[in-house]
Design a protein around this ligand. Structure first.
Ligand SMILES: C[S@@+](CC[C@H](N)C(=O)[O-])C[C@H]1O[C@@H](n2cnc3c(N)ncnc32)[C@H](O)[C@@H]1O
Length: 362
């Protein structure tokens, strides 16, 4: 009670001084923006050093001296990095009764380990490349209309041309997309078990290195999948799965025929006109009577107040930085695209993920 009164008095004092509670909070929060990049940079350091992988190989926990000799890093510098990461709940730190410092994995640090199926390390590595970071610095020019694309202004061509001319960067993109597929596709299988009922084939349009197709045919073993992407991407696939065929081509020209056209994180890369063209090509590829298109994308501003709402809004900014006309869309905007492309009906299923599942029928 006394403490409560003290807080009230302090608030009152602050008000008198013209410093409200919000002002006080702002004076702290502003530092998140001053040094916001630090979090991404230090997590990238942890991935580059392979800290989560080394801890995994050693049963999940190690002393500072064991970890520093495995990583070949001097203990004082490693301690300094781990102190920051521990503060962000990436790794935990305890001390034995003899004073030995011990680090262990946490749910967050496991998402940086290549041994964890649902790790997002490759996506962090993609977003922290100089190529993907440079466009952010010119985004205000794009917003003012002084450049047509922040990515082009920074890198000289659009992201997909850049990838086709720089195959090492293309691999970084494909690996990053594959790690998202390993997170979201199992979630779709879990929450939409009837999605492929009565379906015998699917074409994954812009399917990257085929990870999504491989997971889909394992989850729905009665289907055959075609992983369809530009030739240099499909030729770099690593997965051998006899239920998955890899086909190279251009989705704006023609898409291989299948009962279902599936697209994850493809349409958000493009403006409305291009999306309508892609959807029309999908419509050509599926049967008129019982075919469908499955779109796995974020839906923003639809009143769904879940824990991924902030991520979806960040993703919208990412599309601004990395694509020419791409964006995240509201349900009204998705509805417009589908109608324009000739899809009469659709339904939406929200799942425990950044993306939702939209099923559209011609
Ligand atoms: C953001 S990635 C998504 C990859 C994959 N669907 C996933 O989410 O894991 C977009 C994909 O579209 C592919 N793509 C871009 N232009 C294309 C085109 N004209 N025809 C076919 N695929 C294309 C890219 O190569 C890339 O693999």
């Amino acid at each position: 009670m006394e403490q409560q009164n003290l807080r009230d008095v302090k608030k009152g004092e602050n008000k008198e001084e013209g410093i409200g509670e919000e002002e006080a909070l702002a004076s702290v929060d502003i530092w998140k923006y001053v040094f916001g990049f630090t979090e991404m940079a230090m997590v990238k350091c942890a991935i580059d050093l392979g800290i989560a992988d080394v801890l995994h190989k050693n049963g999940g926990s190690m002393s500072l001296s064991e970890l520093s000799s495995s990583l070949n890093c001097p203990p004082p510098t490693l301690y300094r990095l781990m102190r920051f990461l521990k503060h962000r709940k990436i790794f935990s730190q305890t001390q034995t009764s003899h004073g030995t410092i011990v680090y262990a994995q946490t749910p967050l640090s496991r998402r940086l380990s290549s041994h964890e199926e649902k790790n997002l390390a490759a996506l962090i590595l993609l977003e922290s490349t100089p190529i993907m970071l440079a466009p952010w610095l010119g985004l205000s020019n794009r917003i003012k209309g002084k450049s047509a694309s922040a990515f082009d202004a920074a890198n000289g061509e659009d992201v997909w041309s850049y990838a086709s001319n720089n195959l090492a960067h293309s691999k970084v993109i494909n690996d990053a997309m594959a790690c998202d597929a390993r997170v979201v596709v199992p979630q779709i299988i879990k929450e939409c078990p009837n999605l492929f009922d009565g379906v015998s084939s699917v074409v994954d349009v812009g399917g990257g290195n085929g990870t999504t197709s491989s997971i889909l045919v394992k989850g729905f073993p009665w289907i055959q999948a075609i992983n369809f992407d530009v030739p240099h991407v499909v030729s770099s696939n690593v997965d051998y799965n006899e239920q998955v065929q890899h086909v190279g081509g251009n989705m704006f020209e023609s898409i291989p025929k299948a009962d279902v056209a599936f697209m994850k994180w493809v349409l958000h890369d493009w403006g409305d006109e291009e999306c309508i063209q892609i959807l029309q090509q999908c419509k050509e590829a599926i049967p008129k009577d019982n075919g469908k298109v499955i779109i796995v994308e974020a839906i923003i501003d639809d009143g769904t107040k879940d824990e991924f709402e902030d991520t979806r809004l960040m993703l919208d900014m990412v599309m601004w930085a990395h694509t020419t006309n791409g964006k995240e869309r509201t349900l009204k905007e998705w509805s417009y695209l589908l109608k324009e492309a000739g899809f009469c009906q659709y339904n939406v299923k929200h799942i425990q993920a950044v993306q939702s599942v939209i099923e559209a029928f011609p």
